[in-house]
Design a protein around this ligand. Structure first.
Ligand code: ADP
Ligand code: MG
Length: 220
């Protein structure tokens, strides 16, 4: 299992009097095979932190180490290879491709990579997520909860070692939220994956092994 280490991370947006210190010196170790929850007020820097640690947004200064690799010293191709091979992403908006069916949405990251999907694993994932009857449908034929399950299946399709989730249950009712959390807990407990999740939901934060609170770009 890969370990993520964040050292003195800073991110500023804008210039001069409009300058915003979204991250102001974050030091953090994400423990492998655990569920880390990130909480904090709106605008405190949670999404910026998640994007920086997931290789999606280059910090202004500081380092993000995946094991011994300082990911922002890599070139674009190397960094996107890490994102594809090691990371899975789940956002509040599902970002499914409307013109291809559910199955193809799930396996898209693998086919983009020119690889062949592990059909047995993908089918087990589809089964576990309760979307077996939806795989030939298009995203707009599904409810919000079903679309989020598809997005989760897509995030897990490449068996990532770290799953990054930015308020994944923000648009879901409480029953669907529980079901989605059950699946993500299985990822950590049974598949030995690492989960880093931003949430506003204190019940979800209580499930975490570790809770990080962010305010004004700093860890409290
Ligand atoms: P959170 O996810 O905790 O709500 P964000 O990380 O989205 O917070 O934002 C942290 C701060 O950085 C906020 O003040 C926000 O307005 C600012 N910010 C985020 N993204 C951008 C951007 N692309 N350009 C300018 N400012 C941004
Ligand atoms: Mg956010």
């Amino acid at each position: 299992m890969k370990k993520l280490n964040i050292s003195n991370l800073k991110k500023t947006y804008g210039k001069y009097e409009n300058k915003v210190h979204a991250l102001d010196g974050i030091n953090l170790e994400i423990e492998p095979n655990k569920f880390t929850a990130i909480i904090g007020p709106s605008g405190s820097g949670k999404s910026t932190l998640l994007h920086c640690m997931a290789g999606l947004d280059k910090p202004t200064s500081g380092n993000v180490y995946l094991d011994d690799v300082d990911i922002y010293t890599l070139n674009d191709d190397e960094l996107s290879k890490i994102r594809r091979d090691e990371f899975g992403f789940i956002f509040q908006s599902y970002n499914l491709i409307p013109v291809i069916n559910v199955y193809d949405n799930i396996t898209l990251p693998i086919s983009i990579d020119g690889k062949k999907e592990d059909k047995k694993y993908i089918n087990a994932l589809i089964e576990k997520l309760g979307i077996s009857n939806q795989i030939n449908k298009f995203p707009n034929e599904l409810s919000g909860g079903q679309q989020q399950r598809v997005a989760i299946a897509r995030a897990l399709a490449n068996k990532p070692s770290i799953i990054f989730a930015d308020e994944p249950t923000g648009n879901l009712d409480s029953k669907t939220t529980d079901e989605v959390m059950d699946i993500l807990k299985v990822c950590v407990k049974e598949f030995n994956q690492t989960l880093v999740m931003i949430t506003h939901n204190s019940d979800i934060a209580k499930m975490a092994d570790k809770v990080i609170t962010i305010a004004d770009g700093k860890i409290l």
